[in-house]
Structures are given as structure tokens and as C-alpha cells.
Design a protein around this ligand. Structure first.
Ligand code: BGC
Length: 374
């Protein structure tokens, strides 16, 4: 027993020592909906730095070292909160209640049809017109044995954007001392509802605003994907990637086949699809969904998740009209997203893994973006 106590004391001291090296700074970022919002900058023991705001749980900056230890900001974003409020690109944001699209902006639960906000043609995208990316969250900074970060909380009212049930949410962002950006999601409801949360950073591992992402090499651990119709709603088919430009089982440059004459690429104007991850059946363990390598800088990113799918979006709708935080224009395909999630339109696809959350259950999932060099 004494030995155990001794070990604990050392561990506690060690945690204290590590935590003294982690810095969390807070400064005002403006006002939204009459509430002041802040920017929090967390730096880990390696000097990697993450800045987030409690407006939409947006990651506004992520400074990552390259192979020569040069730190660059690898996510797209703005300098001011107003630009985040005014624009609909979902830069760096938490997405919910339902990530990606719900076909016809409706679904049925317990025999009752629910109509949610149509904010993209006939469909609902990323939780509606005022999704979780557009609300002010409560935030509390923390340090623990793995690193430091923020715990965000928000209560989404019954009927918000048309979704049933009061959804009580907690999302933690941890910048670990292993250079990981880790997201843990928790939600409970008082009525049957839909819950499918994701993260929407646009990455450019060569630095934001510094060219397109077509030379990045991508591996996706999914041998099937969900083809879409002309409004980007999955047809329901789980199609093999074999012999298609969707085969990323071995690392390939994003740009290698993006212009090929493929019906699915044409429909989405590039990659904007969900991959069915090859995770062991029934497992909710963290699984390596994707790896991205940027050959010039040597920066690499692994994406790990407990979710069944990942949406790879190649920034097709970036059109050169946006000026980012360092004054650079964000042109076509200057960033990509890897959004871990349940498959799009799951609420209307009984054969897809469920996105239904019932009272008494806890929605609990994790995604890790891990950075390193080679
Ligand atoms: C979607 C894209 C959409 C983008 C919004 C992605 O998750 O798949 O179709 O345009 O988010 O910026």
C-alpha cells in the first residue's frame, strides 16, 4: 500500500510539473448574440499551439512544427469573430446536431415526422441554419495528465432547428503533449432525437493560404464509400472503391485522380463523400481512419475515430472570394476536411449505423488529429 501511495505521489508531482509547462491564455474575441466570446490559446510542452473560441467551438489556429521545427498554422480561418458569424464555410467548427445532410430535411422518429431547417436546397446541412457552429458555448479551461484544453458545454433546446428533445452537450478539446488535437463528445437527451457530431477544420499541412492541397498524399482506411445523388444525398449503396478514384487504401496524392471522368467526382465537383471505415465489426475503439502526408514540409496527420465513417471534402466550394486570417486569398481546394461521423442521411437510411439517441443513453465519441513529421 505504502508503495502504491509513493507511486501516486510521484505521478501527481510529475503531472504538476508537466502542467506547469502547459500554458492556457484567454483574451476577448468580441460579442455574439449579446454574449462576449473569448479566444483561448493552449500550448503544449513541445510548443505546439492551438487557439479556439467558444463561439461554435471553432479552432481558429493550429500551429504545428514541420520536419525543421518550423511552426505554421495549418487550419483555415479568420481574424475576427464577425467573419465567422457572417460566413457559412464552417471553418474549424463543431457541427451538429446532425453532421452533413439530411435528405428532404425530414425524418421520422417513433412514428412522428420531424421537419428540420432546409438550408441547402431541399436538404438540411450541418444541423440547419443556426447549428452548433453558430452558437455561443460555455467554456472552461483545464489541464490533465495528457495535456491542456477546453471543456465546452451547451444545451440545445427541444425543437431547435426542428430537432426533438433537449440535448445536453459537452465537448472537450485537448492539445496533448503527443501533439494531438483530441476531441471528446458527450450528449444526452430527454426525448428520442438524432445526434451525429463532427469537426470541420479545413487543413493545409503546408500552412493556411499557402497553395492548394492537391499535392498532399492521403490514405483512407475504407474499402467502400457512399455514392451520392445530384444533391449529395447517399443513394444507400455501399460501393467498393476498387478501380475507382475513391481508392485511397494506399497513400495517393489528392490531386492524382480528382479531375478524372468519374460520375461521382463530377456530381460533387471533386471529393465530397463519406467513406465506410474498415473497422472491426461492432468495435468502438479508436481506429485509424486516415493519414495525410505533406511531402514538402514533412508534416503528417493521422485521424483516429470511434465513428463508422469519414467525410473527405476537398474544398471544392472554396472559390477565391475569401481572404483568410493572414491576408491570403483562399482559392479553390486550398484546404481539405476529414470529418469523422455516421454516414450522411443516416436518419433516413435504416441500413446505415444509427444516429438515434434515446433518453437514458449517452452519446460518447472521440476523434483525434495526431501530428508528426517524416
Ligand atoms: C460538406 C460539403 C459542404 C461543406 C461546407 C462539407 O462537410 O460535405 O458539401 O460544402 O461541408 O463547407
Amino acid at each position: 500500500m505504502a508503495g502504491e501511495k509513493g507511486t501516486m505521489a510521484i505521478t501527481t508531482n510529475r503531472i504538476k510539473e508537466i502542467n506547469e509547462k502547459i500554458e492556457i491564455q484567454k483574451k476577448p474575441f468580441g460579442t455574439v448574440d449579446g454574449r462576449s466570446v473569448d479566444l483561448y490559446t493552449v500550448s503544449n510542452i513541445n510548443g505546439m499551439e492551438m487557439t479556439v473560441t467558444n463561439y461554435g467551438c471553432i479552432v481558429t489556429s493550429l500551429k504545428v512544427p514541420d520536419k525543421n521545427n518550423i511552426h505554421k498554422d495549418v487550419v483555415l480561418g479568420y481574424n475576427d469573430v464577425k467573419s465567422y458569424v457572417d460566413n457559412n464555410y464552417y471553418f474549424g467548427a463543431a457541427i451538429g446536431r446532425c453532421g452533413n445532410r439530411i435528405g428532404g430535411a425530414k425524418f421520422t422518429l417513433e412514428g412522428k415526422e420531424y421537419n428540420v431547417t432546409k438550408n441547402e436546397g431541399p436538404n438540411s446541412l450541418h444541423g440547419g441554419s443556426k447549428g452548433f457552429d453558430k452558437v455561443v458555448w460555455d467554456a472552461e479551461a483545464f489541464k490533465n495528465e495528457t495535456g491542456g484544453g477546453l471543456e465546452f458545454s451547451y444545451v440545445s433546446k427541444d425543437g431547435e432547428e426542428g430537432f426533438p428533445g433537449t440535448l445536453t452537450l459537452k465537448i472537450t478539446y485537448t492539445l496533448t503533449n503527443n501533439n494531438e488535437f483530441r476531441i471528446d463528445y458527450f450528449a444526452t437527451t430527454d426525448k428520442q432525437t438524432i445526434c451525429n457530431l463532427t469537426h470541420h477544420s479545413y487543413f493545409n499541412l503546408n500552412g493556411e493560404g499557402n497553395g492548394d492541397i492537391l499535392g498532399h498524399k492521403l490514405m483512407i482506411n475504407g474499402s467502400r464509400f457512399t455514392p451520392v445523388d445530384s444533391t449529395l444525398i447517399p443513394t444507400g449503396e455501399l460501393k467498393s472503391v476498387e478501380g475507382t478514384p475513391f481508392n485511397f487504401l494506399k497513400s495517393v496524392e489528392i490531386g492524382a485522380r480528382i479531375g478524372s471522368d468519374d460520375k461521382q467526382l463530377k456530381l460533387a465537383e471533386g471529393y465530397d463523400h463519406n467513406w465506410v471505415l474498415d473497422r472491426p465489426e461492432g468495435s468502438k475503439d479508436l481506429f485509424l481512419a486516415a493519414t495525410v502526408i505533406e511531402p514538402e514540409s514533412g508534416r503528417c496527420m493521422d485521424v483516429l475515430t470511434r465513428e463508422p465513417g469519414v467525410q473527405f471534402y476537398s474544398g471544392n466550394f472554396l472559390d477565391g472570394t475569401l481572404i483568410g486570417k493572414s491576408g491570403r486569398v483562399y482559392k479553390h481546394r486550398y484546404g481539405f476536411c476529414l470529418e469523422t461521423q455516421a454516414y450522411p442521411d443516416s436518419p433516413n437510411k435504416p441500413d446505415f449505423p444509427t444516429t438515434v439517441l434515446k433518453p437514458g443513453e449517452t452519446y460518447k465519441t472521440t476523434t483525434v488529429y495526431r501530428f508528426y513529421n517524416r
